[in-house]
Design a protein around this ligand. Structure first.
Ligand SMILES: [Zn+2]
Length: 272
């Protein structure tokens, strides 16, 4: 198939709970044991330029506001704030694998992806233009979170996570559901040719001045499809964070800004 052919991705739906707007993937919401949401910048307590639902604590916002925003999200979606494991995303391709038992974790988690099957463990990705990606194995009851920016995408982090699911959890591609969150679109994502990869050409437009407009979502979509996942298993919040700056934090638009949370977790069952 011609990779430049515009594909229509399955959509997410916008919902509202306790004053928090969020996007949901219907195919994931249908699974009774899973909770997830791609939150926006709205509904929190932080002041500009972090207004208002900033979840990132490394960008200059007051710790108290970040804490209150995280607590509101946890309360709204029914989990303990202490069960939300966030990564210190470093734009690399390291994957944290947590299998079967809740671990003692170091405070500094320098990873850009996490895979787990542990109930009542929530994880998430913080973004302001990069792509938050969830991969769920609906049969094995495993999920992965991925932080895919330019550097992670160049290192094929999304493909690597799917390969780990196959290797460590015996996941079959046909059992996987993928959700891609809001990120900067090809309308707004300009990069210098110094960091441009030739393999991205089918998903990019040259500006003829040493600059490229790049479609990071389609590059990740290509990685996902090459791992055997079909179009009808892939869903997206198909909105550009920079264009929709009223709804999302955008680093490219604002530079000093907050981070929105995309979270996912396996609901605690009464049988343990
Ligand atoms: Zn845009």
């Amino acid at each position: 198939m011609d990779p430049t052919q515009k594909k229509t991705m399955n959509r997410s739906v916008l919902k509202m709970k306790n004053g928090l707007p969020y996007f949901e993937i219907p195919e994931m919401a249908k699974l009774g044991w899973l909770r997830h949401g791609f939150l926006t910048r709205r509904g929190g307590v932080s002041s500009p330029p972090y207004d208002s639902l900033n979840v990132g604590d490394a960008n200059g916002d007051q710790d108290g506001n970040v804490f209150r925003n995280r607590a509101k999200i946890a309360e709204t979606f029914g989990f303990e704030p202490s069960r939300l494991i966030l990564l210190n995303q470093i734009h690399q391709d390291r994957i944290l694998l947590l299998k079967d038992a809740f671990p003692d974790l170091p405070s500094l988690l320098e990873y850009d992806a996490l895979i787990t099957n542990i109930p009542n463990l929530f994880s998430g990705i913080l973004t302001a233009d990069c792509i938050p990606i969830f991969v769920v194995d609906h049969k094995k009851r495993v999920f992965a979170v991925i932080h895919a920016g330019r550097q992670g995408t160049a290192m094929n982090i999304t493909a690597k996570v799917i390969r780990r699911l196959k290797k460590d959890f015996a996941s079959s591609p046909q059992d996987l559901i993928v959700g891609m969150g809001p990120s900067i679109g090809p309308c707004c994502y300009e990069i210098d040719e110094k960091v441009f990869l030739s393999e991205w050409e089918p998903f990019s437009t040259s500006k003829g001045t040493g600059k490229w407009m790049v479609d990071l979502s389609r590059i990740n979509l290509d990685q996902i499809e090459k791992e055997g996942i079909k179009q009808d298993q892939i869903f997206a919040v198909d909105l550009c964070t920079r264009c929709q700056n009223d709804l999302f934090f955008s680093y490219r638009k604002e530079a000093q800004t907050g981070r929105q949370l995309s979270f996912i977790g396996i609901k605690q069952t009464t049988t343990g």
